[in-house]
Write a protein that binds this ligand. Sequence first.
Ligand SMILES: [Zn+2]
Length: 321
Amino acid sequence: MELRELTADVYACVQEDRGLGWSNSGLVNRGGGLVIDTFFDLSLTRRLIDTYATVAPSPARRLLNTHHNGDHCWGNQLFTAAEIIGHRLCAERMGTDSSPEVLQVVKDQLDSGDSSGLPPHITALAGAFAEFDFAGIELTPPTTLIDDRLDLDLDGTRVELIYVGPAHTAGDVVAHLPEEGVLFTGDICFRNCTPIGWEGTFGTWMAALDGLTALGPDVVVPGHGPICGVDGLVEMRDYLGHVRSESAIHHREGRPVVEACKRIDLGPYGRWNEPWRLPFNVHRAYRELDGVAWDEPIDALAIYRDVFDFREHWNRGRTVT
Ligand SMILES: [Zn+2]
């Protein structure tokens, strides 16, 4: 992980994007300190805290969770002295789509050399999490809850915590420092990395990106991938628009999701990290086209089976059958 000072007293801690779960964090080192997102497990979050301790006089008094996915909040319990802030739906949904205990059981089974009985897509998913350790994680939801926005004054530095969901998830919040021109987006923006959407709609996600672009930040810290500018927001929006319109064509033709994915020309987005996550986004488009409500529970493991199939296809060279 790399600590970068963006402007005076404002930092990002960036992890190299090596696949699912390698996320970014931020620190506003004023007014007692505000940390934006933890990492995925306790060991990585301890290293994050140690990294921030090299520039901060004491542990942060506030922690924001941009949303409820584990790679942004499963280190919460280590911020023992902090007020934990998040959207009301972030707090409600924490642990509902996956739990550290379940992930650890599957990992332990694989570590023991016994993958019998596990379908290959589950084995692959657990393999993607091989470097994380989910033992000991206790879900610790935010207790200071945001509905629309919360403005903080950190020794004269304004920090706007703005709800922009449901976009990537139900409870997406970004942190904007208007005077510094810095924006921490959480997973509203993945940079050079294929996004995954959970609850929400393409429309609200794209509108969120338009709204954030209009803020005109100089520096954007995405939830995953390298630091960028507004170009990262614009490209993310373009990706979503492209996938939505392509999905509509294949939905009309009645094609199953994986077959649609095989036919979608990703163009420059094919060079983003893990392009085979595409079925997550096509499934989402299909749900919208079928009139499914944005907050309807989804079967993520079934979708992951399609991701696994599409990844096999992608790695064979993307020949259309
Ligand atoms: Zn994430």
